[in-house]
Design a protein around this ligand. Sequence first.
Ligand SMILES: [Zn+2]
Ligand SMILES: [Zn+2]
Length: 230
Amino acid sequence: MVTLNPIALILDLISPPRCARCAIRGTWLCSACAERLPRLDEHHCRVCAAPGARSTLCPDCYREHPPIAGITAPFEHRELARTMVLNMKYRGHRHLAHVLAPAMAATVTAHATVVVPVPLHPERKRERGFNQAELLARDVAATMRLPMRRLLTRTRPTPPQAGSSRVARLANVRRAFKAHPAAKGEVVLLVDDVCTTGATLFACAAALSQAGAASVFGVTATRASLEQGH
Ligand SMILES: [Zn+2]
Ligand SMILES: [Zn+2]
């Protein structure tokens, strides 16, 4: 992992584990606090994992099946789960990937052959010093004993996801990704931190399928509904 923030890296290495919620020492998340994580219940879309679906498919996926076999997530993007994702992403609490990734891996039933992180545009990665999707992908791959490979590149920066619908967001990320030819024949498990409409994962899956991937699944730490945003 390349980081341009050596102080954050050193702090990350020397600071002893503390629970992300109650700050008790010796663990990144104590068992009492882990029970408070807002788990995504069974009422979600089987394809895009949208919470609150009354049938197996949400209206969007029913209308048009997205170019991905299915997305899973252990948590809803609210309360402690949302705080953990935001702290990992914007406050450099990289160790939270160790807590989130095993829960993510536990939701995956697909027999993937490779784990692929959703890439950040190089400019954004330079600003942040790391790609949070890659931190999670590394730990998900380790948990599932699969290789992690960077088979996607972002060909243009996408503006912050401002649109209000899946259609608007899809237009925003369309053709923003390019897949490596090595994706051919692979069953890909895409990893990102949060899924809001699925648009980013759909665009990545479309690029991977175009490169010959056998099938593409996705897993994220949290699943938001549009109103929740990032
Ligand atoms: Zn705790
Ligand atoms: Zn859906």
